[in-house]
Structures are given as structure tokens and as C-alpha cells.
Design a protein around this ligand. Sequence first.
Ligand SMILES: *Cc1c(COP(=O)(O)O)cnc(C)c1O
Length: 222
Amino acid sequence: MTIAANLAKLQERIAAAARAANRAPETVALIAVSKTQPMQAVQEAYAAGQRLFGENRVQEADGKFTPLRASCPDLQLQLIGPLQTNKAARAVSLFDSIATLDRHKLATTLAALYARQTNRPELLAEINSGHEPQKAGIAPEALPDFLAQCRDLALPVRGLMCIPPVDSDPAPHFMALTRMADTHQLLIRSMGMSGDFETAIRCGSTHVRIGTALFGSRTTPV
Ligand SMILES: *Cc1c(COP(=O)(O)O)cnc(C)c1O
């Protein structure tokens, strides 16, 4: 299967899942997760009409997407991996959105950068919905305080993102994220990957992040 064919099939599945949930298909955006994939794979997806891409490492994204920006001006790039504060400045100039705002220190660093930069990526707070100690993210019960801190820093947070625990039913995590987003009037709900995006759409996802179902399996470890 070509990337273009995979993309067409995914768009059909996304639209079908949206309609099954009584939602308009255009309320769900597809983020093509191109981590570990070569630049040609991104170009193929772009040629097939894909505009929104996700990368999990600042350096890899820089090497792959900075050369593409000139020929693909309407391309949108989101950071979906953890962001170290020493890479925050680079990330702010490289990405259109950052989905992994996961701690107060990062919020402080980003706020300082946003105060003196014109490029201000849209921000999503990452929620550690399964309270997994090895995983980044804000604990659900800490979200109200975290959002208040971001407001105090004049840092706009537009939505929430989560990666549910592997080997557990993701639906309760997705539902919880939707409830939290509703409570705080956050419009973006980024949830769902290759294996569970239809469930995520049923639970209210606005952005599904899909890698392997679009590009095939990743040959190098992440
Ligand atoms: C890799 C990754 C994805 C995509 O995963 P697939 O299972 O390949 O679709 C989505 N979200 C995040 C945060 C990722 O790191």
C-alpha cells in the first residue's frame, strides 16, 4: 500500500467513526506522525494532501522539516514528544503547536519565550490520565491548579492531550479527557493513535495522531 492509499483509507475510517458518533467528519483532524520516517515519506503524504504532521523529537523534526518549509509553506508541525527546557527556544521557533506542556517549569520557560517572540505555538497540556509514574503529564486532579498557573503566566492553553496506558481499555481515559476539556472549555482534545483512534473519536477526540497506520511500521526504535 502506498502512503496516499493509506491516507485515503484512514480519512474514510475517520469520517465513518465521526458519523457513527453523530459528529461531522471535519471536526476530527488527522495528525500524521512521521517520527523515524524519512523526509520522502513526509513529502509523499504532503503530495497526497496531508498538511498536519507530528514529531516527537526537536532535533529530528528540525532536520526533516526545516528544509521542507520553503516548498511546503502551509505545512503544520506539532511536537508530540517530551520537551526539555533547554530545547524550548528551538521548539518555539520550529513548531506550530506543542502538545506536551507537562510541568510548571516548562510553562515558565515557554512564557518567557512567548513574551519576546512572535512565533507562539498553540499549546496543549498533556494529561497523565493513567497516573503512570514513568509517564510525563499533569495528573488529572492537578489540572485546575496547572491551568491557573498558566493563566498567571499569560500562557494560553488551547486543549488537552493524553496517551492512555498500554494494555488497558482506552475509552475511560478518553472520556475523562473529554470531561476535563469540557469543564475548562478547552476545544482541542488530542487523543487516539493507530490502534484506538476510532474509540477516541467516539469519545470526543478532535485530533487523532496516527503513525504506523499511515506510514507503515517504524524501522528504527523511537
Ligand atoms: C508515536 C506516537 C503516536 C503514533 O503512534 P502510532 O501507534 O504509530 O499511530 C501518537 N502519539 C504519540 C505521542 C506518539 O509518540
